[in-house]
Write a protein that binds this ligand. Structure first.
Ligand SMILES: C[S@@+](CC[C@H](N)C(=O)[O-])C[C@H]1O[C@@H](n2cnc3c(N)ncnc32)[C@H](O)[C@@H]1O
Length: 227
């Protein structure tokens, strides 16, 4: 991302959640940040991570479609001034409709950056391989082609596509806890009965694995630019 960014650029993180990615990016690259999320509890956590004394840093508790519809007026944001829009791990919540709605408001030269996992990457993830029906239940994710088409159908040229692959050494107990706490929203797509049954099979599936596991994660990063 670094090579496309200039110090003092204004970045808007759409569906920022707790801002775990964008607050770090903005701190390390010295960018100003606008965080948008419809969930106030997420924003309350994010608020502690950004310097609110900086007049250009803002938190917006709104559905992104409503925000774009009213041109940022409610929050006194000039959408034209924003150089970079990001959407990390959330395009499957928001839908591909965002491309057109956002592109209409972006100024020429500005970037739209998506980080997500594709359907295929989800299927090959730790939970996709070990937690029954994890990949089948998650019908919201897109394929890489669907995402790339989304960019092409708008006036957004794709300047970079990166399939990212990395490993993290994790405790098996921690992964079990993630499933118990339903850390991925996919777990909420199971009925109680289905989830309990899947959980029993999951525990069985991982029982013979060592306590420390090299877990593989994959993501897709796409950077689009408004012409
Ligand atoms: C999986 S979290 C991703 C959070 C963060 N970007 C990250 O990578 O950690 C998805 C977030 O999208 C937000 N969200 C979903 N639909 C939204 C919408 N239409 N407008 C604004 N926020 C939305 C949810 O409230 C949630 O915080």
């Amino acid at each position: 991302m670094k090579k496309y960014i200039t110090k003092n650029d204004l970045l808007m993180d759409i569906a920022c959640g707790t801002g775990r990615i964008s607050t770090n990016v903005c701190r390390s690259l010295d960018l100003r940040l606008i965080l948008v999320d419809k969930n106030i509890h997420m924003l309350n956590v994010a608020m502690k991570k950004i310097n609110m004394r900086h007049e250009r840093n803002k938190l917006i508790n709104m559905d992104v479609y409503d925000f774009l519809e009213n041109n940022g007026k409610t929050d006194n944001v000039k959408i034209n001034d924003i150089n970079i829009f990001t959407c990390f791990n959330a395009i499957h919540w928001i839908g591909l409709g965002l491309f057109k709605k956002l592109e209409e408001k972006m100024s020429p030269g500005s970037l739209f950056i998506i980080l997500t996992r594709t359907k295929k990457q989800n299927k090959e993830s730790f939970f996709g391989l070990n937690f029954p029906k994890f990949a089948d239940k998650e019908t919201r994710l897109f394929s890489s082609n669907q995402l790339l088409d989304g960019f092409k159908e708008c006036n957004l040229s794709v300047v970079e596509t990166k399939f990212l692959k990395y490993q993290i050494l994790q405790k098996k107990s921690k992964l079990l806890e993630q499933a118990k706490k339903k850390s991925y929203s996919t777990f909420s797509l199971y009925s109680n009965e289905e989830y309990e049954k899947a959980m029993r099979i999951f525990k069985d599936n991982i029982s013979s694995k060592p306590e420390m596991l090299n877990v593989q994660y994959e993501n897709l990063l796409i950077i689009g630019k408004k012409q």
